[in-house]
Design a protein around this ligand. Sequence first.
Ligand SMILES: NC(=O)C1=CN([C@@H]2O[C@H](COP(=O)(O)OP(=O)(O)OC[C@H]3O[C@@H](n4cnc5c(N)ncnc54)[C@H](OP(=O)(O)O)[C@@H]3O)[C@@H](O)[C@H]2O)C=CC1
Ligand SMILES: Nc1nc2c(c(=O)[nH]1)N=C([C@H](O)[C@@H](O)CO)CN2
Length: 236
Amino acid sequence: MLENAVIITGAAQRVGLALALHLQHNGFQVVATYRSPRKGVEQLQAAGVTCVQADFSSTQGVKTFINWIDDKVKSIRALVHNASDWCAEKGRIDAELLKYMMQIHVEAPYLINLSVEDKLVAASETADIIHITDYTVEKGSDKHIAYCASKAALDNLTLSFAKKFAPKVKVNTIAPSLLMFNQDDDEAYRVKTLKKSVLGIEPGAQEVVEAVAFILKSNYMTGRQLKLDGGRHIAF
Ligand SMILES: NC(=O)C1=CN([C@@H]2O[C@H](COP(=O)(O)OP(=O)(O)OC[C@H]3O[C@@H](n4cnc5c(N)ncnc54)[C@H](OP(=O)(O)O)[C@@H]3O)[C@@H](O)[C@H]2O)C=CC1
Ligand SMILES: Nc1nc2c(c(=O)[nH]1)N=C([C@H](O)[C@@H](O)CO)CN2
């Protein structure tokens, strides 16, 4: 069974992939979830990461992953809830969209956290849970309403689980604004988005890698947020 595992959800691409490879190369035993085979999964496997197929869009999918952890993992050093789907309303009035956003951003972290408390406490040092949210939690979003509400709920889980799991487990939020554009983001969108912060850059996945590294080394931060937003809150 895996000991002191670092579990990262949705780690087959972009931020999760960069984080998983960094931590694996730095001596941690990483477990990465993915939905569909792709180049990133091959990269992770080549680096020695344990890759697990998991889809959190249903309660059964979450429970299947929890059962895998129960069978294969003795203790957990860190649990990073990175898996996410950035869905916009696009004019839809759709209860299913809100349910889906709450399913993957809230129910999955909630059930997984509650189910693995014993394995977090069994780690050889203080363990960490990290919830990756979004800057828009503090401002709202008129285009990603359900997404933003679900990330706000995820941020609130940080407060509850930090209280419930102290002192053996620290629980914190990383709240980014722009990290990485998507391939289909056009030039006009990129220019507009970069102007939203006073630093005006696309920092890339490394910003989250450094933030996670800080939290893992911290002995005194829990129930708090690291806001990685280029000063977006003071831009206007
Ligand atoms: N990129 C950015 O600029 C910003 C990102 N964030 C947050 O940072 C984190 C990382 O961002 P980024 O790398 O862009 O994320 P992605 O949009 O690339 O998604 C990360 C992963 O989530 C997984 N995922 C999506 N839906 C499900 C599901 N139903 N079940 C299981 N896994 C799922 C996907 O795994 P798979 O591909 O294997 O299906 C995907 O690889 C996210 O939480 C995001 O909300 C916040 C602000 C800005
Ligand atoms: N799961 C994801 N969440 C978010 C993404 C993404 O690509 N995947 N991207 C953003 C944007 O970069 C936004 O922060 C700036 O336009 C937000 N969340």
